[in-house]
Design a protein around this ligand. Structure first.
Ligand code: ADP
Length: 163
């Protein structure tokens, strides 16, 4: 059995992330979405618990997808899974530059760990968590950007932060 690991900060999960997760779930026996915590990214909008819960709700309909979180080096974290492969989405050349470097770093720590890349669906190449946070901050419509079932929660969180 091969396990695809889809890591990210998911602050919040977007339809771009979900598109990659869904496609990975169609290729691999099992997918683990890994919410990375304590990453370099400062001032997240959502707590770790909220990010995990949002991912959980978004992937609930996929039977071979589960959610975990990782507060250590990803290359070490994945050792607990059977035949792990990292899956990353590529939106643009800038993603590639960063991910190429990450792969080299990961291989220094865990030489057997491979990373596979799925190109972003063209509907979502512009989409990032930071775009969603910015739009939410100004009360813009989030339909088509994040899973429908999370829109109310994200809007409410943004509203609370404004007041
Ligand atoms: P972001 O870059 O949106 O802050 P993350 O750090 O959570 O998101 O990214 C996790 C992974 O998801 C990375 O591999 C990233 O390239 C991928 N990803 C993010 N947004 C998209 C998208 N719109 N389409 C495809 N892949 C994406």
């Amino acid at each position: 059995m091969r396990t695809a690991i889809c890591p990210g900060s998911f602050d919040p999960i977007t339809l771009g992330h979900l598109n990659i997760i869904r496609r990975a779930a169609a290729i691999f026996d099992r997918v683990v979405v890994c919410v990375t915590i304590n990453s370099e990214k400062t001032s997240p909008m959502f707590t770790n618990e909220e990010k995990i819960e949002m991912v959980r709700r978004a992937v609930a309909k996929y039977p071979n997808v589960s959610v975990d979180s990782c507060g250590m080096l990803l290359a070490d974290f994945v050792r607990k899974f059977e035949n792990p492969v990292l899956i990353k989405g590529l939106r643009a050349a800038s993603d590639f530059d960063y991910e190429f470097q990450m792969d080299l770093v990961n291989k220094r720590i865990n030489p057997c760990l491979e990373t596979m890349f799925l190109t972003a669906d063209r509907k979502y190449t512009f989409l990032s968590s930071s775009i969603v946070r910015e739009l939410a901050r100004y009360g813009a419509d989030l339909k088509g950007l994040v899973p429908d079932e999370l829109i109310g929660f994200i809007e409410e969180k943004a509203r609370m932060r404004r007041t």
